[in-house]
Design a protein around this ligand. Structure first.
Ligand SMILES: [Zn+2]
Length: 420
């Protein structure tokens, strides 16, 4: 078994954490921002230093490739993203990029024989935190392979028109033009030149840490649905209108949220997660009774039959009277569970076993670029333990040991895949 370098991993973590350093332990590194461009340049510099060939596609995804011994073999690609959310941490996304770099660096430094060319890749704009949506550029590149209802959200022209959330006069297309990283469409990830995709990522949850396991062998990305529950009442004056006659849409929604928690928890699925995370309140003024309130409802589970039971409860809200307010239930979108390639999952498991790294099977509750890539190529993921399960925040942390173990597992799994 081959082992990656903790020292080199630590150096990368320290270096990349400077690009977008917000001054309190984390980073803000929006896609194609000056900070993200520093991270991209560092990636290119380090990959060129080991003799990798650099290609950039038309949406600024970067591919650094070292050749294998078989000139006809397709590439094995390892990819993640270098952008972050606002005040995010030093590991989400970039750990996958640093792990991919670490695999290539280990192969070159240790002269590890391999047949296939190996590619380390950066996906552009995974978070979508400045230019929505999330997973924008994997959505664009994998467009032709995606299911119809997913792909409709990633039309190239629409993506180019995506407006900055900070300045609505600026678009993603302009940021791309100005970045200096707009390359050629011919370099896009494709099934003719690429055989397998791996992505290493922090877990972003507490499961591995609670179980005392360093690495997760990811088997799927959970299926989910996203609905909107909309409550309509009547606005009246906060000081003049008696309580019994009110139709307070906010109050109605709060009752519905309690109802949802009670009924869904009765189903008894400990591995089901659901969230009412986004709300709209109208008129949202302290002197007015709200006449309108809506909230998002996001539920995730591996099994579609479980999600169907949850959905039936969500839909039942529309048949009830909520303190004089009506409720409509609208579907935003859903996705089925995406299972990773069984053979590649097996390579990851074997690799962790043979390296003596503690591990377990785990599902991904979050979406990742690998999920879209999986419609095009056999794909899998490796998770690295997250301290306290925190992510998308500045205290996000994974130890150098765990990060390096993740890279080591990926390296040996890639070498197993290299024999195919
Ligand atoms: Zn990520």
């Amino acid at each position: 078994m081959y082992v990656c370098s903790e020292k080199r991993m630590e150096d990368k973590i320290t270096t990349f954490s400077k690009f977008g350093d917000a001054g309190h332990g984390g980073i803000t590194r929006y896609s194609l921002s000056p900070e993200a461009i520093m991270a991209r340049n560092e990636f290119i510099k380090r990959m060129k230093a080991i003799g990798a060939d650099i290609e950039i596609d038309d949406v600024a995804n970067i591919y650094a490739t070292i050749p294998g011994t078989d000139p006809d073999a397709k590439r094995i690609v390892m990819a993640s993203h270098c952008d972050s959310v606002k005040n995010g941490g030093n590991y989400d996304g970039i750990l996958g990029v640093m792990s991919a770099m670490e695999v290539l660096e280990s192969v070159v430094e240790q002269n590890i024989p391999h047949k296939h060319p190996l590619t380390a890749m950066i996906w552009t704009n995974e978070e979508g935190s400045l230019y929505p949506p999330a997973m924008m550029c994997s959505g664009i590149v994998c467009y032709d392979w995606l299911p119809e209802d997913i792909r409709s959200k990633f039309k190239f022209e629409d993506m180019m028109q995506s407006k900055s959330i900070l300045d609505s006069t600026k678009t993603f297309g302009e940021a791309l033009e100005n970045s200096g990283f707009k390359g050629d469409k011919k370099f896009r990830l494709n099934p003719e030149n690429y055989q397998y995709m791996f992505e290493t990522h922090i877990e972003q949850g507490p499961i591995l840490e609670d179980a005392g396991n360093d690495v997760g062998v990811v088997d799927c990305v959970l299926g989910m649905f996203n609905y909107r529950l909309k409550f309509t009442g009547q606005t009246t004056h906060a000081g003049t209108f008696p309580m019994p006659k009110r139709k307070d849409a906010f109050f109605a929604a709060s009752q519905a949220i309690c109802y949802l928690h009670e009924e869904i928890d009765k189903l008894g699925y400990s591995d089901l997660v659901y969230t009412t995370g986004e709300v709209v309140c109208h008129p949202c003024v302290h002197t007015c009774v709200p006449d309108y309130f809506d909230f998002s409802f996001d539920a995730r589970h591996e099994k579609p039959e479980v999600l169907e039971k949850v959905l039936a409860i969500v839909k039942s809200c529309a048949d009830k009277d909520w303190s004089g307010c009506s409720c409509t239930v609208e579907k935003a979108w859903n996705r089925d569970t995406v299972y990773w390639d069984k053979k590649l999952v097996g390579y990851v498991k074997q690799s962790a076993e043979e390296c003596g790294i503690s591990h377990q099977y785990i599902h991904s509750g979050a979406g990742h670029d690998a999920q879209f890539a999986s419609y095009m190529l056999p794909t899998t993921m490796i998770f690295v333990q997250s301290k306290d399960g925190l992510s998308h925040c500045e205290p996000e942390f994974s130890s150098v040991k765990h990060c390096t173990e993740g890279a080591t597992v990926m390296l040996n799994a890639v070498l197993k895949a290299d024999n195919d």
